[in-house]
Each structure stands twice: as structure tokens, then as C-alpha cells.
Design a protein around this ligand. Structure first.
Ligand SMILES: NC(=O)c1ccc[n+]([C@@H]2O[C@H](COP(=O)([O-])OP(=O)(O)OC[C@H]3O[C@@H](n4cnc5c(N)ncnc54)[C@H](O)[C@@H]3O)[C@@H](O)[C@H]2O)c1
Length: 256
């Protein structure tokens, strides 16, 4: 396939659904060869099949970013399948516990620990697995999915916000430490994105959707493609001089 990302080898972690799946499809449509990595292998395989059916190249790989040996194995598999690595989008988050992420007094420490284990420590494990491969190419790009929650000062979800805030710090560290060796690191921080899976579940209350719309100076809610577009830019050659930044993509809902 032709395109801005022609022949780039890119791994998207947490891409069996939502923002990650949309990013895989956009990357492939711009010419990248993509590894679709997720804890839900069946979902990853279905995304990879869709890309191949559209004439792109994609490989599905099992990964659990909570487990170091599994992360390292998944990166080895991805590098073998793609013949190297030019870029990584670390997008996975364990969102099953987000509604139990209450407040600092009531917080169940198991919820706090699990959130940090996947949403922050897991991103460090992916960073460590990715860097040697990117450095061996002489350049490479890492994009992490953060969240507006890192800066918004919510009255709930302290673990989620702490993990995303920590992720912004991890990203800046990577940018500062390896920028001179050709590595760029950036975060995309989505506002509320109404994913196809949320829509299909029908479980997001209409009042919540109305609330997000009311607080967003935009004509509509966020779509997965809005985030994918920014990730594709950050993984492209056009973004070689963009390093160490957090990009809020939120329709103007938060203007830090
Ligand atoms: N949707 C939103 O409104 C929104 C807003 C801000 C930030 N985000 C962030 O965007 C990212 C994607 O969210 P989404 O809304 O598309 O959700 P999603 O649940 O559809 O995507 C998350 C993916 O990560 C995978 N995953 C979960 N735990 C994993 C693990 N341990 N190892 C590997 N993969 C794992 C899931 O299977 C899933 O495919 C997350 O980092 C989330 O925090 C989402």
C-alpha cells in the first residue's frame, strides 16, 4: 500500500477494540505493516483479518502488559513478523476497574494497584521491550495513550488519573533520555471518546453523553478516528521534530 507510513513496521498494543483498533486500520490504510497486540487475542485476530481483507498487512499477537515475560515474548514475535520495528503505540489500559476507582478515602487498594500495574507499569515494560529494537534502526517513535484525566482534577478516579499523569512523566523521560539517539516519545490525551464498543453495549447513560456534549465546545462527541489521526501523525516522518509533548484531542473539552 502507498501512503505516508509506507513500509513502516508498527506495533499497536491494546488494539483489539476502541481507539487501538481504529489506529491499526488508519495506520494500515496509510501503508504501515502493523502488529495488532492485545490481551484479547481473538479480538486482535479479527482486527488483523479486517486489515488484510482491505489489502493491508497485519499480524495478531497476544500480549498482557502486566507480565514482563509475556511483553518481551510479544515484542519478539512482532519484530519477527514485521522484520523490525519503527514505531509503537502503547494504548492498552485495564478499564474494567475504572468504575470502582472511587476516591482517596474509599479506594480499594487492589483497584489502585491493578490500575497502576497495567496503565503505568505496563507502559514501562513496553517501553523497555521496544527501545532496543527502535535504537537498532537509528530512529523510532513511541506514542502513549494518556488521558485528559491526568490534568482535569476529577473528584473520582484517582488511580486512573495518577497512572495517566505518571505516563506523561514516563513519556517525557523517554523523550529526554533518548531523543539524541533518534527516538521521539509523545502522548495523545483523548477527552471522552464514544467508541463503537461503548455504542454497541448501550450501557453509557444518555445523561452522561449529554453532559460530555454540554462541556465540549464542539458539534459532536469524540470518535476513535479523531485519536487515530493524531497517532498516525506522531508515528510519521512528518513528526520527527515533535518530541516530549502531550497532545489533547478532545474537541476543546479541556484547554490546559
Ligand atoms: N474512550 C475514552 O473516552 C478514552 C478517554 C481518554 C483516554 N482513553 C484511553 O484510550 C485507551 C484506549 O481506550 P478505549 O476507550 O479504546 O478502550 P478499550 O477497552 O476499547 O481498549 C483497550 C484495549 O486494551 C486491551 N487491554 C486491556 N488490558 C490489557 C493488558 N493487560 N494487556 C494488553 N492489552 C490490554 C483491551 O483488551 C482493549 O482491547 C486507554 O488507554 C484509555 O485509558 C480513552
Amino acid at each position: 500500500m502507498q501512503g505516508r507510513l509506507k513500509d513502516k513496521a508498527i506495533m499497536v498494543i491494546g488494539s483489539g477494540s476502541g481507539i487501538g483498533a481504529a489506529t491499526v486500520k488508519q495506520l494500515a490504510s496509510e501503508g504501515a505493516r502493523v502488529c495488532v497486540a492485545d490481551i484479547n487475542l481473538e479480538a486482535a485476530q479479527s482486527v488483523a483479518d479486517e486489515v488484510r481483507d482491505s489489502g493491508g498487512e497485519a499480524h495478531a499477537v497476544y500480549i498482557d502488559i502486566a507480565e514482563e515475560d509475556v511483553v518481551n515474548r510479544a515484542f519478539s514475535e512482532a519484530v519477527t513478523a514485521l522484520g523490525g520495528l519503527d514505531g509503537v503505540h502503547v494504548n492498552a489500559a485495564d478499564l474494567r476497574v475504572i468504575f470502582e476507582d472511587s476516591d482517596a478515602l474509599a479506594e480499594d487498594l487492589a483497584v489502585f494497584d491493578r490500575t497502576l500495574q497495567v496503565n503505568l507499569r505496563g507502559h514501562l515494560l513496553c517501553t523497555r521491550a521496544a527501545l532496543p529494537h527502535l535504537l537498532s534502526r537509528g530512529q523510532g517513535a513511541i506514542v502513549y495513550t494518556s488521558s485528559g484525566a491526568a490534568d482535569s482534577g476529577d473528584s473520582t478516579r484517582p488511580a486512573y488519573a495518577a497512572a495517566k499523569s505518571g505516563l506523561n512523566a514516563l513519556m517525557r523521560h523517554v523523550a529526554a533520555r533518548w531523543g539524541r539517539e533518534g527516538i521521539t516519545a509523545n502522548c495523545v490525551a483523548p477527552g471522552f471518546v464514544y467508541t463503537p464498543e461503548m455504542q454497541a453495549s448501550g450501557q453509557v447513560p444518555q445523561e452522561l453523553l449529554d453532559g460530555f456534549q454540554a462541556h465540549t465546545p464542539s458539534t459532536r462527541l469524540g470518535r476513535v478516528e479523531d485519536i487515530a489521526a493524531m497517532v498516525c501523525l506522531l508515528l510519521s516522518e512528518e513528526a520527527r521534530w515533535i518530541n516530549g509533548q502531550v497532545y489533547n484531542v478532545n474537541g476543546g473539552a479541556l484547554m490546559p
